[in-house]
Ligand binder design. Structure first.
Ligand code: NAD
Length: 502
């Protein structure tokens, strides 16, 4: 395995070299690979002083950037997109090395970054405000969107580059500067990505301090969160993290955008196309080794089709290739750490203690590296463990008799991120999407819970935090709105017919 670790270290070095990025060697942080579980590089962590300095530099750069015309700001993001296209394979290698994603998913993550850059470039000419009918003659009422300031981006390990790009591409065209605190588990991807943006900044002549990278653990995130010069904290990660970050930002009247955990479910109705459902379910539940915020964790199946569907799922799970994500044919890579595999094993024990029956997978395979077979557990009801997010490939199966029962089970968890229904009954599909249907930020029909496109707004309700990022009008979170009343008459008329000094 040392050989394999050496190979991966060489591959990482070669990718970083082609990108042009240097690894700051030192102490305080380690770059590791879940493929063998070994350390690749010892890195120098950012100090508290560097965090403070980074925010100051970003605030300084913002002062120049906010008056740069938005379409000119778009040129920076276009250049970043070009560099991402040129280094797609290099970045995907680093994602596979550091997160363990299979090749196709790692390439998909980089594609998502390119897509959001394209979206943001278009957006740079479409930061529209409304013109509103004024109630007073000779008056114009309008709204203008202005750049907000410094955006602190805190991101999770499982989408080490895409989440940054959702925030950064949009923030930059909106006229903001960004300070990024990535996951301590993915420093190499962060160094590479950040360097590509530095190259784009240098090439376009944008202010150098527009983007700052902090390589450090949670403490750096805490410093960032507490800094009053950070106007928006966009934090992606666990609900535990959001519970700490949200109130701290609110206490200083900062803005917060929270993208937290999910406990996503799919309803499978008796009319469902089971072939289609099967593929949708397996990708959503076992893909990315169950380490997506939108991973399918609960399957709510009509009693009439439950046995048949579970049997077919168990057969597919029995053949899922688990292993080195660089190997052709592997569909399930490693879990991020040994601790994650322990958490998975503990959850399976609890599920069985709560009356569940393990019908597929769940065993550790291979190693070194935390490899585990994705698991399916049939549950007698929605017990405590089912209502929790365990960040591992465990699919709990519940059965239902009536549609109302399915929706009630579906919504009876703390999180509200992603959901789907497999049905050929249009009435049922529409009821699932209606106001009293799924309570999630994402609700799908005949497709799984994961793998969103960048064009829609992404995020969820309840313990998922309520934030929206990426497409649609999510850009508004990165700008401040000014309402303008312009009186172009010669009289001063007051709103609501108020009379004063007449
Ligand atoms: P995590 O909460 O452990 O860490 C996320 C980030 O927050 C890291 O950069 C970490 O250093 C930082 N952090 C932790 N505590 C902090 C604090 N008190 N103050 C400031 N920063 C702090 O999450 P993780 O294990 O890296 O990622 C998995 C979790 O992220 C899952 O719950 C998953 O559902 C969620 N996630 C959500 C989305 C989404 O868009 N909703 C996307 C990806 C992942």
């Amino acid at each position: 395995m040392t050989d394999r670790t050496d190979q991966l270290r060489d591959l990482a070095r070669a990718s970083l070299r082609r990108i042009g990025a240097a690894v700051p060697s030192g102490t305080g942080l380690a770059a590791r690979t879940p493929i063998t579980g070994a350390e690749l590089f010892a890195l120098r962590a950012s100090t508290a002083g560097e965090v403070t300095r980074a925010v100051g530099e970003a605030a300084e750069a913002f002062r120049a950037w906010r008056t740069t015309p938005a379409p000119v700001r778009g040129e920076l993001v276009r250049t970043l997109g070009d560099l991402l296209r040129a280094h797609r394979a290099d970045l995907a290698d680093l994602i596979t090395i550091e997160v363990g994603k299979i090749r196709s998913e790692a390439l998909g993550e980089v594609q998502e970054m390119i897509d959001i850059c394209d979206f943001a470039v278009g957006l740079s000419r479409q930061l529209y405000g409304r013109t509103i009918a004024s109630e007073r003659p000779g008056h114009r009422l309008a709204e203008t969107w202005h750049p907000l300031g410094v955006v602190g981006v805190i991101s999770a390990f499982n989408f080490p580059a895409a989440v940054w790009s959702w925030n950064t591409a949009i923030a930059l065209v909106c006229g903001d500067a960004v300070v990024w605190k990535p996951s301590e588990l993915t420093p190499l991807v962060s160094i590479a990505t950040s360097h590509l943006l530095d190259r784009a900044i240098a090439r376009t002549g944008a202010p150098a301090g527009l983007h700052r990278l902090l390589l450090a653990g949670r403490e750096a995130g805490e410093t960032l969160v507490g800094d009053p010069r950070v106007d928006l904290v966009s934090a992606t990660g666990s609900t535990r993290m959001g519970r700490e970050v949200g109130p701290r930002v609110a206490a200083r009247f900062g803005r917060v955008l929270l993208e937290l955990g999910g406990n996503n479910a799919a309803v499978v109705a008796p009319s469902a196309d089971l072939d289609l459902a099967l593929r949708g379910i397996v990708f959503a539940a076992a893909g990315t080794a169950g380490q997506r915020c939108t991973t399918l964790r609960r399957l709510i199946v009509h009693r009439d089709v439950a046995d048949q569907l579970v049997e077919r799922l168990a057969a597919v799970y029995g053949r899922l290739p688990v292993g080195d994500p660089f190997d052709d044919g592997t569909l399930v890579g490693p879990l991020i750490t040994e601790a994650a595999a322990d958490t998975m094993a503990a959850a399976l024990d609890r599920a069985q203690a709560e009356g569940g029956k393990l019908v597929a997978g769940g065993r550790r395979t291979g190693g070194p590296g935390a490899y585990a077979e994705p698991a399916i557990v049939r549950m007698p009801r929605q017990t405590a463990i089912v209502r929790e997010e365990t960040f591992a490939p465990i699919l709990y199966v519940l059965t239902y008799d009536t549609f109302d029962e399915a929706v009630a089970l579906h919504n009876d968890v703390p999180h509200g991120l992603s959901s789907s229904i497999f049905t050929r009954d249009q009435q049922e599909a529409e009821r699932f999407l209606a106001a009293d249907g799924s309570d999630c930020g994402i609700a799908n029909v005949n497709i799984g819970t994961s793998g969103a496109e960048i064009g829609g707004a992404f995020g969820g309700e309840k313990a998922t935090g309520g934030g929206r990022e990426s497409g649609s009008d999510a850009w508004r979170a990165y700008m401040r709105r000014a309402t303008n009343t312009v009186n172009y008459s010669s009289t001063l008329s007051l709103a609501q017919n108020v009379s004063f000094l007449t």
